[in-house]
Write a protein that binds this ligand. Sequence first.
Ligand SMILES: *[C@@H]1O[C@H](CO)[C@@H](O)[C@H](O)[C@H]1NC(C)=O
Ligand SMILES: *[C@@H]1O[C@H](CO)[C@@H](O)[C@H](O)[C@H]1NC(C)=O
Ligand SMILES: *[C@@H]1O[C@H](CO)[C@@H](O)[C@H](O)[C@H]1NC(C)=O
Ligand SMILES: *[C@@H]1O[C@H](CO)[C@@H](O)[C@H](O)[C@H]1NC(C)=O
Length: 587
Amino acid sequence: MMGICLMKRCCSRLLFLSLFCALMNQNEAISPDGEALMSFRSVVSSADGVVGKWRPEDPDPCNWKGVTCDAKTKRVIALSLTHHKLIGPLPPELGKLDQLRILMLHNNNLYGSIPTALGNCTSLEEIYLHNNFFTGPIPSEMGNLSRLKNLDISNNDLTGAIPVSLGQLEKLTSFNVSNNFLVGKIPSDGLLAQFSKDCFIGNFKLCGKKIDMECPDENSSTGSRSTGGGKTGKLLISASATVGGLLLVALMCFWGCFLYKKLGRDESKSLAIEVGGGASIVMFHGDLPYASKDIIKKLEALNEEHIIGCGGFGTVYKLDMEDGNVFALKRIVKLNGGFDRFFERELEILGSIKHRYLVNLRGYCNSPTSKLLLYDYLPGGSLDQALHERGEQLDWDSRVNIIIGAAKGVAYLHHDCSPRIIHRDIKSSNILLDGNLEARVSDFGLAKLLEDEESHITTIVAGTFGYLAPEYMQSGRATEKTDVYSFGVLILEVLSGKLPTDTSYIEKGYNVVGWLNFLISENRPREIVDRSCEGVETESLDALLSIATKCVSSSPDERPTMHRVVQLLESQVMSPCPSDFYDSSSD
Ligand SMILES: *[C@@H]1O[C@H](CO)[C@@H](O)[C@H](O)[C@H]1NC(C)=O
Ligand SMILES: *[C@@H]1O[C@H](CO)[C@@H](O)[C@H](O)[C@H]1NC(C)=O
Ligand SMILES: *[C@@H]1O[C@H](CO)[C@@H](O)[C@H](O)[C@H]1NC(C)=O
Ligand SMILES: *[C@@H]1O[C@H](CO)[C@@H](O)[C@H](O)[C@H]1NC(C)=O
């Protein structure tokens, strides 16, 4: 059970997973196919919430949208979710669906590699994964799918050679690998020879008689020279004259990722950063003494060891500059290609904001392949880590101080920025801490930028589960008051030391807000507090509970503004000497 839940280390999913674990604990009887699909649900999110609506408490997944079962055996025979803006990697657990005949996941935003475990789904007859962002090689294990008739993986970012094993697929009648970054020789002995040129187009480094491209050296099929003959040769030469340099860089990078994966880390998406040609760094505040190319050189040298976090929007790396300055680089998962004008304008607004309790956005890299944002680095990590991951305990004064700092940061966004900014994603992993345990709000404004234009439901809903106001869950419309609700949940999280969807709440049938309301009805709200927290002051605790209760009111009108929250915190909760309490409380 925990195996499934811990499958993906990504912290943004933890909330979701803990909820999932809790639900799973209530009902042990879900079928193995259902479990495999729950793994899918735990890493893939969809703009319209279709996957989120799959109910883990169902004994089998046969009524879930997109899932088809055999009427008698109740085994899953088809998974069909196209045009759902699915975002995420495919989990290897899909390999357990050994009765699966049809896999239709085309026209989404799926990324990562195609899991080798797909080769275990030996009943597969049709696979449609085209128009996604899959990277890495085509698994040679797909050659084991002896019943496969249709395979379309065109329009992805796949690399490497076409596995010879695919030539063993005797039933294959339709096949398309066009528009990827495949290299090397098209296997000529085997059944792939029956397919026309149209099935291989748009892979500039692919060669073979099939596409009238002689392979440069039959002995090393991935040769690097692109001397060509034949008709498409001319086309290729003119194309490579213009985009040659760019492609070469991209290919080298892709090969890098490929080799990197071959070294045993084939599970997730590539972690190396591809900046690509034509990229430059746009800086805000104009006060950083680095040239664009120096920063880009630094970016390209980043790898797995530099990862310091993994939020709802992507991976965060630590970037050490030669002069001792440190930044945090946020690499946003590619959604719709690069930065557009709108995106850049919005970023400029965010970059113009500077406040003591906010994390500065220092700049961005307008790379065609990734969205890279440069922030100040905060040595204290996130509040989420401080509360739930690290062993050390936050004492009462630190907790109160963090709440007040975060409130001031959010209040600034709501009341002092023009245009005002709704954060939309207030949660403990977005509150960072500096070396003195002072709070800084991060990621403000990003949720809006990455929101789906049509559905207006952000793709981060899964990671933020538990913090969202009820009306936001229903309408998807964010307001200042939905932020206030999330802030109320954050206060409760800091007081209780537990995530809002902690299993202990779920087991009782509540989330943290439900639990608070229950305790209030029993007249013992103080019991919500983390028992291991030292130095709790009852007076300020009561005041905090009263503020939090107002913030998480189900009616938006009853919630105070953030301005008011700050006032209440300062007048009723704040410790007498906030500026020097570290010194006085450290003994
Ligand atoms: C796929 O099959 C191989 C070999 O039978 C096995 O080792 C592996 O665990 C399977 N993977 C999944 C996800 O079922
Ligand atoms: C699947 O294919 C791979 C490589 O193509 C092979 O090594 C493996 O033994 C095959 N697995 C099964 C279960 O046939
Ligand atoms: C393969 O896919 C590409 C891009 O999606 C398309 O242009 C091409 O016509 C397809 N080829 C065949 C044979 O369907
Ligand atoms: C390719 O390899 C064969 C032996 O495997 C060798 O006889 C031949 O000379 C090689 N061709 C080239 C161009 O290196």
